[in-house]
Design a protein around this ligand. Sequence first.
Ligand code: AMP
Length: 203
Amino acid sequence: MTIRLVLLGRQGSGKGTQGARLAVHYGIAHISTGDMLRSAIKNATPVGKAVKEIIDNGGLVNDELMGSLVQGRLGEPDARTHGYLLDGFPRTLPQAIALDDIARARPINVVVDLEVPRELVIERLTARRAAEQRADDAPEAVERRLALYEEQTAPLIAHYRKQGVLAVVDGVGSPEDVFARMVSAIVNATGITAPGGDGRTSR
Ligand code: AMP
């Protein structure tokens, strides 16, 4: 059985870091739509040009474009064969419904909701702004992104709970502790233990 996982969590919840690590641990593709879009912007592709301003302002790219980007990526051999971890998609109910359709033949087997309180993610994003200088980590853009998360993305929790695939994980703590919690939540939800796996600390 392969893992097809969706990672939900506020901006600054540690989703990116934990997602990269989980993908290595399970030998699956790490598909971050934010990274895909930032690389399109960097390479000045037509998609990049179309989305730059939206992203800088902390808005959401339209569902049709996101659906076709993800559909294309999930059709690639690595994702089809080894499974994947989606980070940053879906972010709206229409995107979740599109994903149900895209993944109909090989459905998502676990959705991990990484829970970190709003006050804590604001602190983390402020620190990241200093380190990475992302335009969308500016205070107004952060406000907008967090508001959109509550409004558009939080409802996905109920969508996946209904499907019986939701696992809620407390994202507060050291990265090692949070990682261990995620791995045990994934084992509980799917019965899958890592193939040989690394990424665990020796503690
Ligand atoms: P992230 O790195 O996941 O926070 O994504 C950075 C930005 O890319 C977001 O603030 C959105 O502007 C855009 N983006 C990434 N994924 C999506 C998505 N699934 N739907 C709409 N916009 C997205």
